[in-house]
Design a protein around this ligand. Structure first.
Ligand code: NAP
Length: 245
């Protein structure tokens, strides 16, 4: 039977790697994007060459109506969703709380936490009606431990973990699983502002001795969305090379 997944933030980084992995596993994929429509369309063509059905859904997840529109378009045009991956996110440069402006705080909370809430609020009724489905949110190890000079990002990502656990309890009786992947340092454009030396230093701090790849974070996402995780809900899976032990 065909399976359909909507992945937000699928135009690049971890979300794009997850789209490739779902596609390789036979899933049809709705690729969420904001400014990177061209890249999402290129990835869609790549997946279609494998025989998958795809759809590009574009919008700003910090806007509740746009988030709802993306979910409803995916349901209507790709087909009933079996899984939803909330991967879109933004980060700020490391900075003191006293240097963090209201606008920066709102930007991070708007995409990283409100966006997850808006997406799920729109998607949950479809899953509940069918009494099945899997949700994977994407937090961060900083949402677990708190990152120094990353107050807004850490708060938003901790919020994602709280939301995930609460929703797992709310939706368990409807046979819907809700889990979270919390990556460590992953080599994507989100970290493009860091120098090679900074990335190497972060790798050295990591018990496995290196930073992670988008594919490694994507593997954790696909596992939690799959039937292999059929008795797992409300969990936070750290894909962080052992940074948080
Ligand atoms: P990335 O390469 O910067 O990609 C971010 C994605 O989010 C892009 O697809 C972008 O879409 C989308 N996005 C940004 N703002 C959006 C908005 N307002 N509305 C809709 N989509 C929006 O980041 P990444 O490293 O792959 O990160 C993916 C997730 O993992 C994020 O939630 C991030 O916080 C988390 N994470 C990353 C790391 C890391 O080290 N990389 C570590 C821990 C957690 P467009 O390109 O189309 O604008």
């Amino acid at each position: 039977m065909e399976q359909n997944v909507l992945i937000t933030g699928a135009s690049r980084g971890i979300g794009a790697a997850a789209a490739r992995r779902f596609g390789a596993l036979g899933w049809n994929v709705a690729l969420g994007c904001h400014s990177g429509r061209d890249r999402a369309e290129e990835l869609a063509r790549e997946l279609e060459a494998l025989g998958r059905r795809t759809l590009v859904v574009q919008g700003d997840l910090a806007d509740p109506e746009q988030a709802r529109g993306m979910v409803e378009q995916a349901e209507a045009e790709l087909g009933p969703l079996d899984a939803l991956v909330c991967c879109a996110g933004v980060a700020l440069p490391q900075q003191l709380i006293t240097d963090t402006t209201d606008e920066q705080w709102r930007q991070v909370m708007g995409v990283d936490l409100d966006g997850v809430f808006y997406t799920l609020r729109a998607a949950v009724p479809f899953f509940v009606r069918r009494k099945r489905g899997a949700v994977v949110t994407v937090s961060s190890m900083w949402g677990v431990t708190g990152g120094s000079c990353e107050v807004a990002y850490s708060a938003a990502k901790a919020g994602v973990i709280g939301l995930t656990r609460a929703l797992a309890k709310e939706l368990g009786p409807s046979n819907i699983r809700v889990n979270c992947v919390a990556p460590g340092v992953i080599d994507t454009e989100m970290n493009a502002h860091l120098s090679r030396a900074d990335l190497d230093a972060l790798g050295e701090e990591t018990p496995l001795g290196r930073i992670g790849t988008p594919e490694e974070a994507a593997a954790a996402i696909c596992f939690l969305a799959s039937d292999q995780a059929s008795f797992i809900t409300g969990q936070v899976l750290l894909a962080d090379g052992g940074m948080v032990i």
